[in-house]
Design a protein around this ligand. Structure first.
Ligand code: ADP
Ligand code: MG
Length: 242
């Protein structure tokens, strides 16, 4: 069962404390959207969830495993966590299919044949059937991001983390990527999504978390947080972005 429990998480870079005691829980099948101003620590929080950053205090539990414990095999934890970044990070020298099959084959999760078949299924799921043999350079930003999502899904993760997946896209590409994410949510995927797409957060999010200055300022159902925020800082942020 996928869940994330974060308690009192602190993270500093040098003497800049960017996460000042974060509590967060994400239940199995939940879609939690994280919003907040630039520099508030959203990306750092997401990166702490799969230990791309070492933490300075508190605890991060994923599927019941304390991921910062010395004895934890972080690679086995990461197999169950897919991550999608703003800037795709596809391997330019590999075809679309090779980008998708690389991790499951290298990590001995699937045979080459199984991985190829799965890649084609996933490309179908993200609407890119015809791009298996294309190279990343020939794709639009929106297509690249859908490949990046397919690549993350190839490991059959039980949690998907998205860090502003549509922020680098031309406006006409955003909808296709959000629709893929929406389908994924409808299939019951556990998702943590840092996003500036308030429409997506409102429609697809089960909960929305507003972060500012390294704190969770407020969290609530989207219908409540967007229409009736309790905190001044949430109100002034929403006034600027809505
Ligand atoms: P957000 O994603 O909300 O814009 P970030 O988590 O990227 O915020 O950044 C929060 C703060 O942490 C910023 O002040 C940023 O400069 C700092 N920061 C993030 N990553 C690093 C890093 N690798 N080294 C030093 N400072 C960093
Ligand atoms: Mg960020």
């Amino acid at each position: 069962m996928a869940n994330v429990i974060v308690k009192g998480l602190k993270k500093s870079f040098g003497n800049n404390e960017v996460l000042k005691g974060i509590d967060l829980h994400v239940d199995s099948g939940e879609v939690v959207c994280i919003i907040g101003p630039s520099g508030s620590g959203k990306s750092t929080l997401l990166r702490c969830l799969n230990r791309l950053e070492e933490i300075n205090g508190g605890e991060v539990n994923v599927n019941g495993v304390n991921i910062s414990a010395k004895e934890t095999d972080i690679n086995s934890v990461r197999k169950n966590i897919g991550m999608v970044f703003q800037h795709f990070n596809l391997f330019p020298h590999l075809s679309v299919k090779e980008n998708i099959t690389l991790a499951p084959v290298e990590l001995d999760v699937l045979s080459k044949d199984e991985a190829d078949k799965k890649a084609l299924d996933l490309l179908n799921q993200v609407g890119l059937d015809d791009k298996a043999d294309a190279y990343p350079n020939s794709l639009s930003g929106g297509q690249k991001q859908r490949v990046a999502i397919a690549r993350a899904l190839a490991m059959d993760p039980d949690i998907m983390l998205f860090d502003e997946p549509t922020s680098a896209l031309d406006p006409e590409m955003v909808g296709d990527v959000l629709n893929v994410m929406k389908d994924l949510a409808a299939q019951g995927m556990t998702m943590v999504v840092v996003t500036h797409e308030m429409g997506f957060a409102r429609e697809v999010g089960d909960r929305v978390i507003f972060m500012d200055g390294g704190y969770v300022v407020e969290e609530d159902l989207p219908s409540v947080l967007f229409s009736n925020p309790k905190e001044e800082r949430t109100k002034s942020f929403l006034d600027k972005v809505l």
